[in-house]
Design a binder for this molecule. Structure first.
Ligand code: HEC
Ligand code: HEC
Length: 363
């Protein structure tokens, strides 16, 4: 063999070794569940069996990793802010500021949303539903320039270089190689693990406590349709949209905050491109509503009293939900006592156990 041939032969040998070595690295390592990574026991009481994504089952180590990430300032561009900076447990994982302030001191234009019972939320995330999967949603605030303003590749290398994360990724997902996909999946697991169904009202439904007369009146108004022909049997029809176990209906609707000329945020239309979706927003859960002021997508109301005052006389617009039809144009005409009763009922939905649950607290 001449020397040139030897050179070529060894060159090809080297290339194939590198190729094989790289290929090996790229092969996906065994995912869930590993021996020490047990399924996470989700305690959801009377709620219907949730639809947990089959490609991301909740595991003890996965939820733990998600919780570490949720509370870690490393997730933001200048390491000053975590998800929990805007989603505080004491406020049912929301922010009591009208608009949350991001890492550069700039505020966004929407009110932070509460994070709990998201497993029973099956039609998108954010006020306008622009994220379909929770794992994708989780990566948006990280990159948002006015929220956490972090580059994902930079975050991946920071976590990879840290002393504790690679081992925790290994425990959770069977690989110590950090990736954007697994960050999203871990955050999804932790957020899905947050369940709220231990309020006074839940205890009342189980027959363990009683409601006051005022709370019972509020419950009646909340659950009963508006019917001007029979004032004694007429209610405020809140259940129409805020119904079911989670006090929401998984839809995007216009609840009469503005007339057409005052629409500022087009809400759902920004996602679907349909004028029929203009100024429609997610019907949020009313659980823990006492803890999550201010209210609505733009935080325009500071108190539940103001919210009830709003529903007493909603504003007409092209996309106003049809269910308000019977009460237009005069409004619900609730008495002072009935307005107070509705607020009293809403406060029975507060879950003090959830906000003090160590499983959801900063690790
Ligand atoms: C600077 C404040 C801020 C930070 C930090 C932040 N969020 Fe949010 N979050 C918001 C706001 C504001 C909204 C509503 C935005 C919208 O609808 O456009 C929101 C919405 C959400 C929702 C939607 C809930 C629902 O019911 O649809 C989830 C889930 C969520 N955030 C999780 C996270 C996670 C996970 C992190 C960390 C990776 C995070 N947030 C960081 C302010 C923040
Ligand atoms: C037609 C459906 C509909 C009806 C009926 C309805 N709501 Fe709502 N509700 C919504 C929508 C949609 C939002 C979110 C609107 C927004 O932010 O722009 C909302 C938001 C709220 C909020 C604020 C939630 C938050 O996280 O800031 C409260 C409180 C509330 N509703 C209470 C009530 C009460 C009390 C009643 C009965 C008097 C009622 N709703 C009737 C659709 C409805």
């Amino acid at each position: 063999m001449n020397s040139r041939l030897v050179k070529y032969a060894s060159f090809f040998l080297l290339v194939s070794i590198i190729f094989i070595a790289c290929k090996k690295d790229e092969e996906p390592e065994e995912e869930l569940p590993t021996e020490e990574n047990k399924p996470y026991t989700l305690d959801y009481g009377i709620f219907p069996t949730p639809n947990i994504p089959s490609d991301n089952p909740l595991t003890v180590e996965g939820v733990k990793l998600g919780r570490m990430l949720f509370y870690d300032n490393l997730l933001s561009g200048n390491n000053s802010m975590s998800c929990a900076s805007c989603h505080k447990q004491e406020n049912a994982f929301s922010d009591i500021n009208r608009f949350s302030t991001g890492i550069h001191g700039i505020q966004g234009g929407r009110q932070a949303m509460a994070v709990f019972n998201l497993l029973w939320n099956t039609s998108g995330f954010f006020w306008d539903g622009r994220s379909t999967l929770l794992r994708d949603q989780a990566l948006i605030p990280i990159q948002d320039p006015i929220e956490m303003h972090q580059m994902l590749p930079e975050l991946v290398s920071e976590l990879q270089a840290s002393s504790n994360y690679p081992a925790q990724f290994k425990k959770a997902f069977g690989t110590s190689s950090v990736s954007t996909e697994l960050i999203g999946k871990a955050l999804e697991q932790f957020m899905y693990s947050i369940v709220s169904n231990r309020s006074k009202y839940d205890e009342y439904l189980k027959g363990n406590v009683s409601l006051t007369a005022q709370e019972e009146r509020g419950e009646f108004l909340f659950n009963t349709e508006y019917n001007p022909a029979f004032p004694d049997a007429s209610g405020a029809d809140c259940r129409h949209c805020h119904g079911g176990d989670n006090f929401e209906n998984d839809r995007y609707l216009n609840n009469g905050l503005d007339v057409d000329t005052d629409f500022v945020d087009f809400g759902r239309e920004l996602v679907t491109g349909l004028a029929a979706d203009r100024a429609k927003f997610k019907v949020t859960s009313l659980r823990n509503i006492e803890l999550t002021p201010p209210y609505m997508h733009d935080g325009r109301f500071n108190t539940l009293e103001e919210v009830v005052e709003h529903y007493n006389q909603v504003k007409s617009s092209s996309t106003l939900d049809g269910s308000f039809g019977p009460q237009m144009p005069g409004g619900l005409q609730l008495s002072t006592e009935d307005k107070a009763a509705l607020v009293a009922f809403l406060k029975t939905l507060t879950d003090f156990e959830m906000i003090n649950d160590p499983r959801y607290a900063k690790p």
